[in-house]
Design a protein around this ligand. Structure first.
Ligand SMILES: [Zn+2]
Length: 210
């Protein structure tokens, strides 16, 4: 079991993550307290993560709203306060950390991501090719690659959604939920941010083309 200890590197990353949440809020991507964000601390052995507190207005989101959870998403004693939780989408984040080498996960309710799903009714995997911005996704060296983005139907049964999504993570470092939003990750906070901006560009491109 790892100590629930944050290094200076972690603190710097958490401050950066808070800045990203504020930037997303300024773009209207997490209205009405929505969205969930997380970070895997340097010394985590799969049993320590920092997640955003649920129900917080993202316009005033701060470092104090990142709280420590264990491997099942349970709030750790140091961060427990009455009524404090990381929200019902926590299992999705825990599943992604289990299955990938992600160190940061971002979840957006951007309208562009919701509209993008509406372009592909009934489709559960969308193919994108031929755009220079595909190089914004790690591992892509050229515009001439094919990215597959999974789309899931929305549900309040987040556990079953997590199990469906678990099988698709190899396709892309992000997936969509119809009528809801978008989740992406990276092996650093920087990479997660780059992926978020890259996917958002792709959504805007196709939305503008309809
Ligand atoms: Zn959501």
């Amino acid at each position: 079991m790892s100590m629930h200890e944050l290094t200076q590197f972690d603190e710097d990353n958490l401050i950066f993550l808070v800045e990203i949440v504020r930037q997303m809020n300024a773009r209207g991507e997490n209205p009405g307290t929505s969205g969930i964000y997380s970070y895997r601390p340097e010394k985590s052995e799969g049993d320590f993560f920092m997640l955003s507190e649920a129900g917080v207005d993202k316009g005033v989101f701060g470092r104090e709203h990142m709280i420590g959870v264990g491997e099942k998403g349970e709030v750790l004693p140091l961060w427990q306060k009455s009524g404090r939780s990381t929200g019902n989408e926590t299992p999705l984040h825990m599943m992604i950390y289990e299955e990938t080498d992600a160190n940061c996960i971002l979840h957006s309710h951007s309208l562009e991501s919701v509209w993008f799903c509406d372009l592909y009714p009934g489709k559960d995997l969308v193919e994108i090719t031929g755009l220079e911005m595909l190089k914004g996704i790690s591992g892509n060296e050229s515009h001439d690659v094919t990215l597959h983005i999974p789309i899931f139907d929305n549900t309040q049964d987040v556990q079953s959604l997590a199990e469906s999504a678990r099988k698709t993570l190899r396709h892309s470092p992000g997936f969509l939920i119809r009528g809801h939003g978008f989740t992406c990750w990276g092996n650093s906070v920087w990479e997660a941010k780059r992926h978020l901006e890259t996917f958002d560009y792709l959504f805007k491109y196709f939305n503008g083309n309809k």
